[in-house]
Design a protein around this ligand. Sequence first.
Ligand SMILES: *Cc1c(COP(=O)(O)O)cnc(C)c1O
Length: 231
Amino acid sequence: MNSDPYAPLAARLQQIRAQLPPGTALLAVSKGHDAGLIRQAVALGQRSFGESRLQEAQAKQALLADLEPLDWHFIGRLQANKVRPVLRSFGTVHAIDSLALAQRVARIAAEENRAPQLFFQVKFLPDAGKGGFSPEELQQLWTQLRDLAPARPVGLMTITPLGLSPQQSRAVFESCRALADACGLPGCSMGMSGDWQQAVAAGSTWVRIGSGLFGSRVPSNDLHQGRPLAE
Ligand SMILES: *Cc1c(COP(=O)(O)O)cnc(C)c1O
């Protein structure tokens, strides 16, 4: 029999890729999935992976060390005491949510001789327990946030609150795109399994897709930014 063990993942990847315009990249969110599944995705041409827990990611990175270097993105809330190891293991950080954290990242990046790409998380609607700058705060702090060398601010990141309609999500994503444009930032990390099509329509440059690509996650106590796992 011609049974292809990668078929479901291959089909999902192909389906998503077919809907992404040239300026939008897929971040495969592999948290809650094992290194074997990441390896399958790599075999299918995926290079960029998102993780939100440092130790879980480090364990998988060690298991995948035989591969060509992958493009690892840290998408979880970054604790101050994890900045150094996160910069050693990830080239991009998606959830910079305060000036103090941004400046700490810049200082440690210099010490570690790294030039991480940074996204500033912005919260456009009230969302209890979720981190992020308000749009006004981001604009007020912008002269300081733009200047974080050797770290490289590349964009804004947002997460929509649960329960929005597609139209409401689209409006949030359009606000994010407009604010990034106003700051001269090319990147917008926006769109997850439930709303990535709206994010693409609004000009996302990175959609972060987990369950819609890999299926349900292994249950964990990952209450990322106060948000229970969607499944
Ligand atoms: C878990 C996570 C995702 C992926 O969520 P899915 O709904 O499984 O696609 C995207 N972004 C962030 C910040 C996450 O924590």
